[in-house]
Design a protein around this ligand. Structure first.
Ligand SMILES: [Zn+2]
Ligand SMILES: [Zn+2]
Length: 372
């Protein structure tokens, strides 16, 4: 097998402009790093925000912060994955998108690497102008640096099942294991039926929730979620037009909780207005876990009395670290035993990244994944 001289990669050159497929020379593996031959690169709502310039990132940039591939070349000193498993050429691996610096105040003092002030993130803040250019997963190869959390895929797991929640899974592991766990027997309402919402609902089931109610849409997404086994109840709020119709849907959700509201409401929508609604779906003494507002989409009008009257615990959760990815990968066998996760995925060739992004924005697919 002769080594390829270069590698294709999807590049964001200018905000708001279309993406280009470019070729870059394949570098050799860095010290204690590795080159991974990309197999799948996940498309995430964040990628659309990056393309539109909603987040401050350097360009030009190879996109893709979620990926799965096979080890192509190991750098000097790169022998094991994060778990101590020996790595070999051809091994199937996942890697965490971010590397925390370990030196800033949140890393060092607050024990919160998720809040690192100098996070380096593949596909987000590693421009092609800084070598190596191949620093995103929407490419034939990616160069992983020292300090990257690399984890070998468990035997017998369909890689597409792993990709279904590539970024949403670890995000929800962080939120549900550390910020506000689901307790056995709880009634949980999940706002949102994209990958983050469905990951929240799936993990709530695994955690022993008595009832999981998914509030989202459109119908086709909710139908697939039901077929895959995620959520006990599915309520469409996306197609409810106007405040009156939305209030009717919310009343129905309260009814489904038994009339008092949920023990735990998890926000996975990203639209600020969802927070005003979510506050009213929790029972008195319940919790509201806000995860979806990753991008700053502006202010929303809320009624703060609801927080006091309901005596709510309102908790935020931001992103994830390598440890959360490792925990997600450990959970994969339990997740796929119960849910047909691969069904959530729609595959696009690398050349069709624009179509994949458009379908994600439209909500016509649940999880778009690019195949290198
Ligand atoms: Zn993502
Ligand atoms: Zn840091």
């Amino acid at each position: 097998m002769s080594a390829p001289q270069n590698s294709r990669a999807v590049v964001l050159s200018e905000f708001g402009r279309s993406l280009e497929l470019q070729r870059f020379p394949l570098p050799s593996a860095p010290e204690r790093g590795m080159i991974v031959a990309g197999r799948y690169g996940g498309v995430c709502g964040t990628d659309r925000h990056l393309q539109l310039g909603h987040l401050e990132v350097p360009t030009p940039l190879v996109l893709g912060h979620e990926g799965l591939g096979t080890v192509y070349e190991l750098g000097h000193g790169a022998k094991y994955d994060v778990d101590g498993t020996a790595l070999h050429i051809g091994d199937e691996v996942l890697w965490a998108s971010s590397i925390a610096c370990g030196r800033c105040v949140p890393c060092r003092m607050h024990r919160e690497p998720t809040l690192c002030e100098n996070r380096r993130t593949y596909g987000v803040n590693r421009p092609t102008t800084v070598e190596p250019a191949l620093s995103g997963s929407w490419a034939d190869h990616i160069c992983l640096h020292e300090g990257t959390t690399v984890v070998r895929m468990p035997e017998g797991i369909d890689p597409l099942a792993a990709m279904a929640f590539a970024c949403a899974g670890p995000t929800m592991v962080h939120a549900l294991f550390e910020r506000r766990p689901v307790r056995v027997g709880e009634t949980v309402v999940v706002q949102g039926s994209g990958p983050v919402g469905l990951a929240a609902a799936a993990l709530a089931h695994l955690s022993g929730a008595a009832r999981v109610i998914v509030v989202g849409g459109p119908d086709q997404r909710l139908r697939v979620a039901a077929e895959v086994g995620i959520g006990d109840e599915h309520v469409n709020i996306v197609d409810a037009d106007g405040a009156g119709a939305q209030d009717e849907v919310l009343a129905r959700v309260i009814e489904l909780t038994g009339g008092r509201g949920a023990d735990l409401v998890i926000e996975c929508v990203g639209a600020p207005a969802a927070v005003a609604q979510g506050l009213r779906l929790a029972r008195r003494g319940g919790s509201y876990l806000v995860v979806g507002q990753y991008t700053d989409n502006g202010d929303a009008s809320i009624n703060p009395h609801q927080i006091v009257y309901r005596q709510l615990d309102v908790v935020g959760s931001w992103a994830f670290t390598g440890a959360h990815l490792v925990e997600y990968v450990r959970l994969l066998p339990a997740l796929v035993r119960r849910f047909d996760l691969a069904r959530l995925v729609t595959i696009y060739p690398l050349e069709e990244s624009a179509a994949a992004l458009a379908d994600v924005e439209r909500g016509s697919v649940i999880k778009a994944v690019l195949r290198a």
